[in-house]
Design a protein. Structure first.
Length: 95
């Protein structure tokens, strides 16, 4: 099956360093649900990163489940990406 025909999947993460020990899954879905997750993130101007392998792993977790330690490194890369996007966006806004 080609990538064109695979069902789209999406996972939304949340992390509040004051209250959370680790990032947690706040939404997950495939097909239409995945599209709705992506559209809500876009509407809220949240950064979106595409990583098929990471999504496959995160999609096995339950809603509100904390990310297991085995995925900390991969998820840290996502948050580093978000930090860079936010930093770049702040620079653009100040211009």
């Amino acid at each position: 099956m080609t990538d064109h025909y695979k069902r789209k999947k999406a996972v939304a993460l949340s992390y509040d360093e004051q209250n959370d020990q680790a990032p947690r899954v706040v939404a997950t879905g495939s097909g239409l649900i995945a599209q709705q997750i992506i559209e809500k993130a876009q509407k809220a101007e949240l950064p979106i990163q595409q990583d098929h392998n990471l999504i496959e792993l995160l999609a096995t977790l339950n809603i509100n489940e904390k990310i297991p330690e085995e995925l900390y490194h991969a998820v840290a890369e996502v948050f580093a990406f978000i930090y860079q996007v936010d930093k770049h966006t702040d620079i653009k806004r100040k211009k």
